[in-house]
Design a protein around this ligand. Sequence first.
Ligand code: HEM
Length: 399
Amino acid sequence: MVDEIEALGPEFFADPHGHYRRWREQGPVHRVRLPRGTPRWVILGYAQARAALTDSRLRKDIDGMIAATRQQNPHTAFNPESLNLGPHPLNSDPPDHTRLRRLIGPAFTPRSAEAMRPRIQQITDELLDSLADHETVDLIAAFAMPLPVMVICELLGVPYTDRPRFRAWSQLLVTSTGTAEQRHAASREMSAYLTDLIEAKKSAPGADLLSDLVRAHTASHLTADELLATAYLLLIAGHETTVNLISSGVNTLLHHPDLRRTLQQDPTRIPSAIEEFLRLDGPVDFTTPRYTAAPLPVGPIEIPEGELVSISLAAANRDPAHYPPPHTITLPTPTPHLAFGHGIHHCPGAPLARLEAEIALTSLLHRYPTLAPAAPTPTHHYSLVIQGLTTLPIHPTTP
Ligand code: HEM
């Protein structure tokens, strides 16, 4: 049993994989204290993580999560209302979860993603055209960010011209920047924005996912709270993650000339490389909170009932017992990774994110074959919600 609970501070965020290596030596599960003081179990091993992701003793419903959080940390400043932790798929268990997934499912099949290919290619080409005028450019601001934002806006039916507003809210919510009050304000403003948009779709529905969800609400298949929370989740999850996948993929290629040459010579291997970018630098790590509805044995430890658990996808994806060698790119990826989760909450956006990354990387390498880094190290952020690069200065063309 672990007696002393280590607090997660800046040194953890500066080197999470160093910490995982050390913790793993003590077993496949570790107990830490989150920055605001709440204890949480972290599952590190690949086999244990995969099993936990399908274990019904681990639950996600928001009322249970709040009760477990308060039980673990009576002093928590956790305020679910102000963060709009509403009843969306990621905060629910069957049967509600099954119903919500069924409602969004048709928009996220591999075939639906494939149907968007021509439009994603067109957006990509236009964004890449705009890089040609620059000697140096931040690839995230000019390409990796606008591409998924435009795609999720079109899919959901959110006006792209509103992006400065929801990007700012979303950034505050997924990174550790800003104060708790700023994050709560961002969440309230985002909810108010989406509430207005939902009202507008009620009177003038379109051919988009938000209009489909509004129709489902009118037919009593989902409540007003579920509608708002699901729209909120989709708008954030639909772009923050894919921005990081594209930018970390490009950054890896800039620093691995052999891999880059291989992919330039044979672009059909790009999807396989994307799986390795997801495994090694997946944007989601700790954002898998659950609570134990019954005692849960993990390796030699039994986690008691009513405790909070995160499955570290980043640690599992580099488990040396599962991926020899764990920290280097191997094409093709030896076994499926867990970057999109597993089980009933497996990411529905995975086919779309993979397609966007494939089109982005293939087109970028083709259009700018001599692309080069413009700074020795790009800036990086690692928070409990999401990790990735914040800027990626490049020269589109090496003189
Ligand atoms: C769930 C990762 C892109 C929408 C998840 C989960 C992970 C994940 C790990 C499950 C978390 C858990 O089990 O606790 C990623 C990554 C992405 C990505 C790495 C891109 C590289 C997207 C996109 C969308 C999306 C593009 C939508 C357009 C969702 C939704 C859920 C989810 C709605 C909740 C599913 C459920 O609870 O049943 N994602 N995601 N994601 N993701 Fe993604």
